[in-house]
Design a protein around this ligand. Structure first.
Ligand code: ZN
Length: 71
């Protein structure tokens, strides 16, 4: 251990899912937590894609409406 790393707590980080302290360089404490996070990310990505689609459809809809209606 180098002089910079001294202290009561060794260099560590926390599990992104459950918050347990784990060795530095790791993201999750277990495969269970890793899979949980991956699933949540996939779901979040799908949800954000749906939102994007919704806004694009709304934008086109408004564009078409304003194009069709006389001023
Ligand atoms: Zn965990």
């Amino acid at each position: 251990m180098s002089a910079r790393e001294r202290g009561p707590i060794p260099l560590h980080t926390h599990c992104k899912v459950c918050g347990k302290s784990i060795p530095w360089g790791k993201d999750y404490c277990s495969n269970e937590c890793r899979e949980k996070e991956l699933k949540a990310q996939k779901k979040a990505r799908r949800t954000s894609r749906l939102y994007l689609l919704f806004f694009v459809v709304m934008f086109i809809f408004i564009l078409v409406i304003s194009f069709l209606s006389p001023r």
